[in-house]
Design a protein around this ligand. Structure first.
Ligand code: P6P
Length: 335
Protein backbone atom coordinates (compact mmCIF):
# COMPACT_ATOMS: atom_id res chain seq x y z
CA UNK A 1 0.00 0.00 0.00
CA UNK A 2 1.44 3.41 -0.92
CA UNK A 3 2.08 5.41 2.24
CA UNK A 4 2.23 8.78 0.52
CA UNK A 5 5.10 11.27 0.85
CA UNK A 6 6.17 11.69 4.45
CA UNK A 7 7.50 15.01 5.70
CA UNK A 8 10.84 13.34 6.41
CA UNK A 9 11.12 12.16 2.78
CA UNK A 10 9.99 15.60 1.53
CA UNK A 11 12.61 17.44 3.62
CA UNK A 12 15.42 15.16 2.42
CA UNK A 13 14.32 15.66 -1.20
CA UNK A 14 14.14 19.45 -0.53
CA UNK A 15 17.68 19.33 0.82
CA UNK A 16 18.89 18.26 -2.64
CA UNK A 17 17.86 21.76 -3.90
CA UNK A 18 20.18 23.42 -1.38
CA UNK A 19 23.76 23.69 -2.62
CA UNK A 20 26.27 22.49 -0.06
CA UNK A 21 23.52 21.15 2.21
CA UNK A 22 25.12 19.02 4.89
CA UNK A 23 21.97 17.54 6.40
CA UNK A 24 22.13 19.99 9.33
CA UNK A 25 19.02 21.85 8.20
CA UNK A 26 17.17 18.59 7.57
CA UNK A 27 18.00 17.36 11.06
CA UNK A 28 16.89 20.70 12.57
CA UNK A 29 13.55 20.50 10.76
CA UNK A 30 13.09 16.94 11.99
CA UNK A 31 13.65 18.09 15.59
CA UNK A 32 11.07 20.84 15.02
CA UNK A 33 8.59 18.25 13.74
CA UNK A 34 9.12 16.20 16.90
CA UNK A 35 8.38 19.28 19.03
CA UNK A 36 5.19 19.90 17.04
CA UNK A 37 4.03 16.29 17.58
CA UNK A 38 4.62 16.59 21.35
CA UNK A 39 2.80 19.96 21.47
CA UNK A 40 -0.08 18.54 19.42
CA UNK A 41 -0.43 15.72 21.95
CA UNK A 42 -0.45 18.16 24.91
CA UNK A 43 -2.94 20.53 23.25
CA UNK A 44 -5.24 17.70 22.21
CA UNK A 45 -5.24 16.11 25.67
CA UNK A 46 -6.00 19.54 27.20
CA UNK A 47 -8.09 19.32 30.34
CA UNK A 48 -7.41 15.59 30.62
CA UNK A 49 -3.83 16.36 31.74
CA UNK A 50 -4.56 19.59 33.61
CA UNK A 51 -2.88 22.00 31.17
CA UNK A 52 -5.78 24.41 30.82
CA UNK A 53 -6.10 27.79 32.46
CA UNK A 54 -3.85 30.74 33.13
CA UNK A 55 -0.84 31.32 35.35
CA UNK A 56 -0.16 34.31 37.60
CA UNK A 57 2.76 35.26 35.35
CA UNK A 58 2.90 37.61 32.36
CA UNK A 59 5.15 37.39 29.31
CA UNK A 60 7.32 40.17 27.91
CA UNK A 61 4.26 41.39 26.02
CA UNK A 62 2.48 42.00 29.32
CA UNK A 63 0.02 39.23 28.43
CA UNK A 64 -1.19 36.74 31.04
CA UNK A 65 0.47 33.41 30.29
CA UNK A 66 -1.57 30.26 29.86
CA UNK A 67 -0.15 27.07 31.35
CA UNK A 68 0.21 25.80 27.78
CA UNK A 69 2.18 28.91 26.73
CA UNK A 70 4.92 27.91 29.16
CA UNK A 71 4.60 24.15 28.57
CA UNK A 72 4.85 24.51 24.77
CA UNK A 73 7.73 26.97 25.04
CA UNK A 74 9.59 24.43 27.16
CA UNK A 75 8.86 21.66 24.64
CA UNK A 76 10.33 23.79 21.82
CA UNK A 77 13.45 24.56 23.87
CA UNK A 78 14.10 21.00 25.14
CA UNK A 79 13.51 19.37 21.74
CA UNK A 80 15.74 21.77 19.77
CA UNK A 81 18.57 22.79 22.13
CA UNK A 82 20.66 19.59 22.26
CA UNK A 83 21.48 18.62 18.64
CA UNK A 84 24.11 21.21 17.69
CA UNK A 85 22.14 22.88 14.86
CA UNK A 86 21.41 26.17 16.67
CA UNK A 87 23.41 29.18 17.83
CA UNK A 88 20.43 30.43 19.84
CA UNK A 89 16.65 30.60 20.11
CA UNK A 90 14.11 33.38 20.70
CA UNK A 91 10.45 33.14 21.64
CA UNK A 92 7.41 35.27 22.35
CA UNK A 93 7.45 33.74 25.83
CA UNK A 94 11.05 34.69 26.70
CA UNK A 95 12.29 38.25 27.30
CA UNK A 96 15.85 37.50 26.16
CA UNK A 97 17.57 35.29 23.60
CA UNK A 98 17.87 31.68 24.84
CA UNK A 99 21.53 30.65 25.06
CA UNK A 100 22.25 27.04 24.15
CA UNK A 101 23.57 25.34 27.34
CA UNK A 102 27.34 24.81 27.40
CA UNK A 103 26.91 21.01 27.50
CA UNK A 104 25.56 21.13 23.94
CA UNK A 105 27.40 22.06 20.71
CA UNK A 106 26.47 25.25 18.85
CA UNK A 107 25.29 25.30 15.24
CA UNK A 108 24.71 27.55 12.27
CA UNK A 109 20.99 28.40 12.53
CA UNK A 110 18.76 30.62 14.67
CA UNK A 111 15.24 29.51 15.63
CA UNK A 112 12.54 32.09 16.46
CA UNK A 113 9.05 31.03 17.43
CA UNK A 114 5.68 31.69 18.97
CA UNK A 115 5.11 28.37 20.72
CA UNK A 116 1.34 28.68 21.05
CA UNK A 117 -0.17 31.45 18.97
CA UNK A 118 -3.80 32.24 19.76
CA UNK A 119 -3.48 30.66 23.19
CA UNK A 120 -6.40 32.74 24.50
CA UNK A 121 -8.48 30.26 22.49
CA UNK A 122 -7.08 27.12 24.04
CA UNK A 123 -9.54 26.97 26.98
CA UNK A 124 -12.49 27.29 24.58
CA UNK A 125 -11.17 24.57 22.24
CA UNK A 126 -10.66 26.79 19.19
CA UNK A 127 -7.66 26.10 16.91
CA UNK A 128 -4.26 27.35 18.05
CA UNK A 129 -0.84 26.97 16.49
CA UNK A 130 2.94 27.19 16.63
CA UNK A 131 4.73 29.63 14.32
CA UNK A 132 8.47 29.27 13.59
CA UNK A 133 11.16 30.98 11.56
CA UNK A 134 14.71 29.79 10.81
CA UNK A 135 17.56 32.23 10.08
CA UNK A 136 21.26 31.67 9.47
CA UNK A 137 23.51 32.65 12.38
CA UNK A 138 25.82 35.49 11.20
CA UNK A 139 28.69 33.66 12.91
CA UNK A 140 28.05 29.91 12.99
CA UNK A 141 28.96 27.92 16.10
CA UNK A 142 29.11 31.08 18.27
CA UNK A 143 26.47 31.94 20.90
CA UNK A 144 24.02 34.32 19.19
CA UNK A 145 23.29 37.82 20.49
CA UNK A 146 19.95 39.62 20.08
CA UNK A 147 21.53 41.64 17.26
CA UNK A 148 22.21 38.37 15.37
CA UNK A 149 18.46 37.74 15.23
CA UNK A 150 17.59 41.21 13.87
CA UNK A 151 17.62 40.20 10.20
CA UNK A 152 14.99 41.26 7.62
CA UNK A 153 12.38 38.63 6.80
CA UNK A 154 13.89 38.11 3.34
CA UNK A 155 16.80 36.39 5.11
CA UNK A 156 14.64 33.55 6.44
CA UNK A 157 15.83 30.08 5.38
CA UNK A 158 12.54 28.47 6.36
CA UNK A 159 9.19 29.48 7.87
CA UNK A 160 6.29 27.37 8.96
CA UNK A 161 3.39 26.84 11.27
CA UNK A 162 1.67 23.95 12.97
CA UNK A 163 -2.12 24.21 13.26
CA UNK A 164 -3.69 22.22 16.10
CA UNK A 165 -7.21 22.06 14.71
CA UNK A 166 -9.64 19.31 13.73
CA UNK A 167 -6.48 17.75 12.36
CA UNK A 168 -2.90 18.71 13.16
CA UNK A 169 -1.21 20.19 10.10
CA UNK A 170 2.25 21.50 9.42
CA UNK A 171 2.70 24.05 6.62
CA UNK A 172 6.14 25.21 5.60
CA UNK A 173 8.28 26.93 2.98
CA UNK A 174 12.01 26.90 2.31
CA UNK A 175 11.64 29.39 -0.53
CA UNK A 176 10.44 26.86 -3.10
CA UNK A 177 6.66 27.20 -2.66
CA UNK A 178 4.42 26.17 0.23
CA UNK A 179 3.48 22.61 1.18
CA UNK A 180 1.04 21.29 3.80
CA UNK A 181 1.28 18.04 5.74
CA UNK A 182 -1.31 16.33 7.93
CA UNK A 183 -0.40 14.27 10.99
CA UNK A 184 -1.43 10.62 10.79
CA UNK A 185 -1.53 9.83 14.50
CA UNK A 186 -1.65 6.06 13.94
CA UNK A 187 1.59 6.16 11.95
CA UNK A 188 3.08 9.12 13.85
CA UNK A 189 4.11 10.77 10.58
CA UNK A 190 3.14 13.96 8.76
CA UNK A 191 1.98 13.07 5.23
CA UNK A 192 1.93 15.48 2.26
CA UNK A 193 -1.74 16.37 1.77
CA UNK A 194 -1.60 19.97 0.40
CA UNK A 195 1.21 20.19 -2.19
CA UNK A 196 2.14 23.56 -3.70
CA UNK A 197 -0.48 25.69 -1.87
CA UNK A 198 -1.52 28.87 -3.71
CA UNK A 199 -3.57 31.87 -2.50
CA UNK A 200 -6.22 33.03 -5.03
CA UNK A 201 -5.40 36.60 -6.14
CA UNK A 202 -8.97 37.79 -5.44
CA UNK A 203 -11.26 37.29 -2.48
CA UNK A 204 -14.58 38.34 -0.95
CA UNK A 205 -13.58 37.50 2.64
CA UNK A 206 -11.83 39.83 5.08
CA UNK A 207 -10.63 39.18 8.62
CA UNK A 208 -10.20 41.93 11.21
CA UNK A 209 -11.10 42.51 14.86
CA UNK A 210 -13.98 44.92 14.21
CA UNK A 211 -14.16 45.94 17.90
CA UNK A 212 -11.12 48.13 17.22
CA UNK A 213 -12.85 50.00 14.37
CA UNK A 214 -12.80 53.40 16.07
CA UNK A 215 -9.00 53.19 16.46
CA UNK A 216 -8.11 52.30 12.86
CA UNK A 217 -6.23 54.57 10.48
CA UNK A 218 -8.35 56.19 7.69
CA UNK A 219 -7.22 53.84 4.85
CA UNK A 220 -8.38 50.80 6.86
CA UNK A 221 -11.59 52.57 7.90
CA UNK A 222 -12.28 53.26 4.20
CA UNK A 223 -11.46 49.71 3.07
CA UNK A 224 -13.68 47.98 5.65
CA UNK A 225 -16.51 50.48 5.14
CA UNK A 226 -16.50 49.74 1.40
CA UNK A 227 -16.55 45.99 2.09
CA UNK A 228 -19.59 46.50 4.34
CA UNK A 229 -21.37 48.52 1.63
CA UNK A 230 -21.27 45.37 -0.51
CA UNK A 231 -22.58 45.35 -4.07
CA UNK A 232 -24.35 48.70 -3.57
CA UNK A 233 -20.99 50.26 -2.73
CA UNK A 234 -17.83 51.09 -4.75
CA UNK A 235 -16.56 47.50 -4.63
CA UNK A 236 -19.66 46.27 -6.46
CA UNK A 237 -19.73 42.96 -4.58
CA UNK A 238 -20.73 41.58 -1.18
CA UNK A 239 -18.02 40.50 1.28
CA UNK A 240 -17.93 37.97 4.11
CA UNK A 241 -16.10 38.46 7.42
CA UNK A 242 -14.23 36.07 9.69
CA UNK A 243 -12.26 36.61 12.94
CA UNK A 244 -10.88 33.59 14.85
CA UNK A 245 -8.37 35.53 17.03
CA UNK A 246 -5.80 32.92 16.10
CA UNK A 247 -3.46 34.12 13.35
CA UNK A 248 -2.45 30.58 12.39
CA UNK A 249 -6.08 29.63 11.72
CA UNK A 250 -6.69 32.84 9.73
CA UNK A 251 -3.58 32.36 7.57
CA UNK A 252 -4.43 28.70 6.98
CA UNK A 253 -7.93 29.65 5.82
CA UNK A 254 -6.40 32.24 3.45
CA UNK A 255 -3.92 29.67 2.07
CA UNK A 256 -6.82 27.28 1.54
CA UNK A 257 -9.47 29.58 -0.03
CA UNK A 258 -8.08 33.11 -0.20
CA UNK A 259 -8.88 36.15 1.93
CA UNK A 260 -7.31 39.19 3.53
CA UNK A 261 -6.18 39.36 7.18
CA UNK A 262 -5.62 42.71 8.85
CA UNK A 263 -4.24 43.65 12.24
CA UNK A 264 -3.50 47.28 11.35
CA UNK A 265 -1.81 50.02 13.29
CA UNK A 266 -4.39 51.59 15.60
CA UNK A 267 -4.54 54.41 18.12
CA UNK A 268 -5.75 52.13 20.94
CA UNK A 269 -2.22 52.19 22.37
CA UNK A 270 -0.19 54.81 20.45
CA UNK A 271 3.02 53.33 21.88
CA UNK A 272 2.38 50.15 19.86
CA UNK A 273 2.62 50.31 16.03
CA UNK A 274 0.49 47.16 15.86
CA UNK A 275 -0.33 44.06 17.91
CA UNK A 276 1.50 41.33 16.02
CA UNK A 277 5.22 40.70 16.46
CA UNK A 278 7.56 41.03 13.50
CA UNK A 279 10.12 38.29 14.22
CA UNK A 280 7.87 35.34 15.08
CA UNK A 281 4.43 36.17 13.67
CA UNK A 282 4.57 38.69 10.80
CA UNK A 283 7.84 37.60 9.14
CA UNK A 284 7.25 33.83 9.02
CA UNK A 285 3.63 34.26 7.93
CA UNK A 286 4.64 36.84 5.30
CA UNK A 287 7.28 34.48 3.87
CA UNK A 288 4.65 31.72 3.60
CA UNK A 289 2.02 34.05 2.11
CA UNK A 290 4.40 35.46 -0.51
CA UNK A 291 5.64 31.99 -1.44
CA UNK A 292 1.99 31.04 -2.04
CA UNK A 293 1.51 33.99 -4.41
CA UNK A 294 -0.01 36.37 -1.87
CA UNK A 295 1.18 39.73 -0.51
CA UNK A 296 2.12 40.97 2.98
CA UNK A 297 2.45 44.65 3.87
CA UNK A 298 2.31 47.03 6.83
CA UNK A 299 0.17 49.20 4.54
CA UNK A 300 3.24 51.32 3.86
CA UNK A 301 5.99 48.76 3.14
CA UNK A 302 6.65 45.08 2.39
CA UNK A 303 6.94 43.31 5.75
CA UNK A 304 9.81 41.06 4.61
CA UNK A 305 11.95 44.11 3.77
CA UNK A 306 11.70 45.63 7.27
CA UNK A 307 14.93 45.93 9.26
CA UNK A 308 14.00 44.70 12.77
CA UNK A 309 14.97 47.05 15.62
CA UNK A 310 14.17 44.74 18.54
CA UNK A 311 13.31 41.11 19.21
CA UNK A 312 9.68 41.72 20.27
CA UNK A 313 8.96 44.57 17.87
CA UNK A 314 5.32 44.91 16.80
CA UNK A 315 4.15 45.77 13.27
CA UNK A 316 0.89 46.39 11.43
CA UNK A 317 -0.04 43.37 9.30
CA UNK A 318 -2.14 43.29 6.11
CA UNK A 319 -1.70 40.01 4.23
CA UNK A 320 -3.43 37.57 1.89
CA UNK A 321 -4.91 37.65 -1.62
CA UNK A 322 -2.60 39.86 -3.66
CA UNK A 323 -5.19 41.98 -5.48
CA UNK A 324 -7.07 42.73 -2.24
CA UNK A 325 -3.93 43.65 -0.26
CA UNK A 326 -3.01 45.98 -3.15
CA UNK A 327 -6.36 47.79 -2.70
CA UNK A 328 -5.56 48.46 0.97
CA UNK A 329 -1.97 49.48 0.20
CA UNK A 330 -3.32 51.83 -2.50
CA UNK A 331 -5.57 53.53 0.07
CA UNK A 332 -2.54 53.98 2.37
CA UNK A 333 -0.65 55.62 -0.51
CA UNK A 334 -3.59 57.99 -1.11
CA UNK A 335 -3.56 58.86 2.62
P1 P6P B 1 -7.29 40.08 19.37
C1 P6P B 1 -3.26 35.94 19.30
O1 P6P B 1 -3.10 36.50 20.59
C2 P6P B 1 -2.75 36.95 18.29
O2 P6P B 1 -1.41 37.23 18.52
C3 P6P B 1 -2.99 36.45 16.88
O3 P6P B 1 -2.89 35.07 16.77
C4 P6P B 1 -4.41 36.90 16.58
O4 P6P B 1 -4.62 37.15 15.20
C5 P6P B 1 -4.52 38.20 17.38
O5 P6P B 1 -3.52 38.15 18.42
C6 P6P B 1 -5.88 38.33 18.03
O6 P6P B 1 -5.94 39.62 18.63
O7 P6P B 1 -7.05 41.55 19.69
O8 P6P B 1 -8.42 39.87 18.40
O9 P6P B 1 -7.42 39.20 20.59
Amino acid sequence: MHTGTTLTQFIIEEQRHIAGATGDFTALLNDLVTAVKVISNAVNKGALIGVMGALESQNVQGETQKKLDVITNDIMIRTNEWAGHLAGMASEEMDEVYAIPNKYPLGKYLLVFDPLDGSSNVDINISVGTIFSILRAPVPNRAASEADFLQPGVKQVCAGYALYGSSTMLVLTTGHGVNGFTLDREVGEFLLTHPDMKIPADTKEFAINASNQRFWEPPVQRYVEECLQGKEGPRGRDFNMRWVASMVAEVHRILTRGGIFMYPRDTKDPSKPGKLRLMYEANPMSFIVEQAGGMASTGYERILDMQPESLHQRVPVILGSKNEVEVVVGYHRQG
